[in-house]
Ligand binder design. Structure first.
Ligand code: HEB
Length: 727
């Protein structure tokens, strides 16, 4: 059944594919199914419902925490002794693997929720033994409690580790609140097997196999690439190809990739002291007495000098706990030969290595060990582009340090969204283009807002036009990495202004008119766009007989092209948007599932999604002038007609022959007269039992006003989704 979605790299639908991919239940059938306790609005989180992590973090003694972390680095514990007496490298790997699951296609993954604590990530082969790294942190987590989340703590610890070994950092921001259950909306792939079980690699040029969207790892259970090379083969060029593709999906270019890999492997070592068969099951499959630990090893002491993690063995440099230039020196100055580690992994060893270039043994300073490189490391030397960068960095240590510090900062903060979400004393001043900066906007007073509102409503722009422009602007927001949204008015910049879903000609007309109305008044275009939609919704409610006030929070700013990395916005383009009844091309999953994905990225609940779809239909928000789903004879009024007519037994539905299964016609059961046209995302509100139950509520007599209230609430939530500056 995996064949269904392979080779259909359409992207943006990763969340719904989560339904098709392997889930924790499939991997670990015996795992406790705690979800039965999160049914019926019961929460998984033990925190008070009004717990506010931002406030809690603000009361943290940040310097004291950092001091404790510095002390922890060299406080070796007998149950997991530190290599070279320093846990720094181990913690850097923990932080990198926490952040490194981020992928640009859907913004999911990353270190923002502390998901490394939960399955499947806590048990991925690539995360082997990081259970111990997190456990080493427990006394500090326990000490500082609510004031520091696991998500922040894991990443900060990586930062402090770099500092404590003399490495360069660019700053650090807290602000990542923990979640208390595994993410269920993320798609990691459909494969039944993992990397350690011989799952095939996802990129295979010979078979014409490209990496499926939105995935960013090359085999199930890896963060990015296989260190031993594609599919475990020591093919250095192939490794370079895989690294380039996967790091691009983590939003990293070649320079950032070289800086990160070389900088990371300036520290620490690989662990493969003995045969891999000696290592027991991953944490999620381990014995109850192991208390969350996995990978129990029967190889001698199972720890310290006997540790087996990746199966590769050895340090990259002769100075594994200090920041210096030895990685590039050893990489570029020596020739390498393929050897096999004690665990049987393929790795590379310097030919005729001088004694002074060998690494100390991690647990017996009297011994020397040859250094090593993985196939992935040699890509930094063999690939022509990577090599140019490696040589430049070798010759310019300052450039290397700066590039590493910046790329590391980006790695850790890429999914945090706008800078207003950054907390703590180490937030860097400098604005970075990948933060999608938005300048502070003016704060128009109530008088000006109501003047603008009246002018917009008198301008001749229709409800449909105004609602569509506001929706186009705000609905790019994704809760996964907090990018997009109405702030910045990037809907008037490339590439968004040209997205087909936004009906570019109509949009540019509406935007020009709104700017015209604004004139030289002190209100941003971003505000005008949202205000237009908001005013139109308010009028539509009034026309339906309900006097409601639709909340409007001014204060947005306008970004410019210079502040916008246009290319980085491309993954945000909706290829399907149920809210506007838009489908560019048929996907490999049913269109109604794409609706769930977008709703999930907008952070909407089932009722919120339902109210928005039903409301937007009667307001005429469809893209491209489609008449699907407009089940009303009074469009432009905020009524429950969508639900009433959808659920009316007078209508019988059938698929329109030519559409595959995307378009339907609703006919009068008795006369055969055509009444309505509909898409799958319209009809699913009548066919799916759960969505039908919610639709019934909105179709019931007496709930017309409730619908208006619910719609307005959900609308406002989307309009303000990126307003982290509001309380
Ligand atoms: Fe790394 C380690 C691979 C990137 C940082 N790594 C490691 C290992 C391996 C790898 C195999 C070993 C493990 C054990 O323990 O055994 N990486 C890799 C790859 C890649 C990487 C393939 C892609 C290219 N890294 C990276 C980055 C970073 C890092 C980006 C950061 C920045 N690592 C690291 C560290 C370490 C490692 C620090 C060490 C750890 C210890 O020592 O414990």
């Amino acid at each position: 059944e995996t064949g269904k979605i392979e080779g259909c790299p359409l992207g943006h639908d990763g969340g719904v594919r989560a339904l098709l991919g392997r889930q924790n239940k499939d991997w670990w059938p015996d795992q406790l199914q705690l979800e039965i306790l999160t049914q019926g609005d019961r929460r998984a989180s033990p925190m008070d419902e009004d717990f506010d992590y931002v406030q809690a973090f603000k009361s943290l003694d940040y310097d004291a925490l950092k001091q404790d972390l510095h002390a922890l680095m060299t406080d070796s514990q007998p149950w997991w002794p530190a290599d070279y007496g320093h846990y720094g490298p181990f913690f850097i790997r923990m932080a990198w693997h926490s952040a490194g699951t981020y992928r640009t296609a859907d913004g999911r993954g990353g270190g923002g929720e502390g998901q490394q604590r939960f399955a499947p990530l806590n048990s991925w082969p690539d995360n082997a033994n990081l259970d111990k790294a997190r456990r080493l942190l427990w006394p500090i987590k326990q000490k500082y409690g609510n004031k520091i989340s696991w998500a922040d703590l894991m990443l900060l610890t990586g930062n402090v580790a770099i500092e404590s070994m003399g490495g360069p950092t660019f700053g650090f921001a807290g602000g990542r609140a923990d979640t208390y259950e595994p993410q269920r909306d993320i798609y990691w792939g459909t494969e039944d097997l993992w990397v350690n079980e011989g799952v095939p690699t996802r990129i295979d040029p010979e078979e014409g196999k490209a990496l499926e969207n939105p995935l960013a790892a090359i085999q199930m259970g890896l963060i990015y690439v296989n260190p031993e090379g594609p599919g475990g083969e020591p093919d250095i060029e192939g490794s370079a190809r895989d690294i380039r593709e996967t790091f691009a999906r983590m939003a990293m270019n070649d320079e950032e990739t070289v800086a990160l890999t070389a900088g990371g492997h300036t520290f620490g070592k690989c662990h493969g002291a003995g045969p891999a068969e000696k290592v027991g099951k991953e944490p999620e499959a381990s014995d109850i007495a192991a208390q969350g630990f996995g990978w129990h090893s029967e190889h001698e002491s199972g720890m310290g000098g006997h540790t087996i993690t990746s199966g590769l063995e050895g340090a990259w440099t002769n100075t594994p706990i200090s920041w210096d230039m030895n990685y590039f020196r050893l990489l570029l100055d020596y020739d390498y030969e393929l050897v096999t580690s004690p665990a049987g992994a393929k790795q590379w060893q310097p030919i005729d290595q001088k004694e002074e270039d060998m690494a100390p043994d991690a647990h017996d300073p009297s011994k020397l060990r040859p250094t090593m490189m993985t196939t992935a490391d040699l890509a930094m030397k063999v690939d022509p582009e990577y090599r140019k960068i490696s040589e430049r960095f070798r010759d310019n240590p300052d450039q290397f340090a700066d590039a590493f510090a910046r790329a590391w900062f980006k790695l850790l903060h890429r999914d945090m969204g706008p800078k207003v979400r950054y907390l703590g004393p180490e937030v860097p001043e400098e604005d970075l283009i990948w933060q999608d900066p938005v300048p502070a906007g003016p704060t128009p007073d109530a008088g000006l807002v109501s003047e603008m509102k009246s002018a917009i409503l008198e301008s001749g722009l229709t409800t449909s036009e105004l609602v569509k422009a506001a929706w186009a602007s705000a609905s790019t927001y994704r809760v996964s990495d907090h990018r997009g949204g109405a702030n910045g008015a990037r809907v008037r910049l490339a590439p968004q202004k040209d997205w087909p879903v936004n009906d570019p000609d109509e949009l540019s007309k509406v935007l020009a008119k709104l700017e015209d109305i604004r004139g030289d008044k002190d209100i941003s275009v971003a505000d005008m766009i949202v205000l237009g939609g908001t005013a139109a919704v308010e009028k539509a409610a009034k026309d339906a007989g309900f006097a409601v006030e639709v909340p409007f929070s001014p204060g947005r700013g306008d970004a410019t092209d210079e502040m916008t990395d246009a290319e980085s916005f491309e993954p945000l383009e909706p290829k399907a948007d149920a809210f506007r009844n838009y489908l560019l091309t048929k996907h490999s999953v049913p269109t109604e599932q794409l609706m769930l994905d977008r709703a999930s990225l907008l952070g909407l609940s089932i009722p919120e999604m339902t109210a928005l779809v039903g409301g937007l239909r009667v307001l005429g928000a469809n893209a491209g002038g489609s008449d699907q789903g407009i089940f009303t004879d009074r469009p432009g009024q905020l009524t429950t007609d969508f639900f009433v007519n959808l659920l009316d037994m007078r209508t019988a539905w059938k698929v329109v022959d030519t559409s595959g299964d995307e378009e339907f016609v609703g006919e009068d059961r008795v006369t055969g007269e055509e009444l309505w046209r509909a898409s799958r995302t319209d009809l699913v509100f009548g066919s799916n039992s759960q969505l039908r139950a919610v639709s019934e509520v909105y179709a019931e007599r007496g709930n017309e006003e409730k619908f208006v209230r619910d719609f307005v609430k959900a609308w406002t939530k989307v309009m303000n989704a990126d307003r982290f500056d509001l309380d």
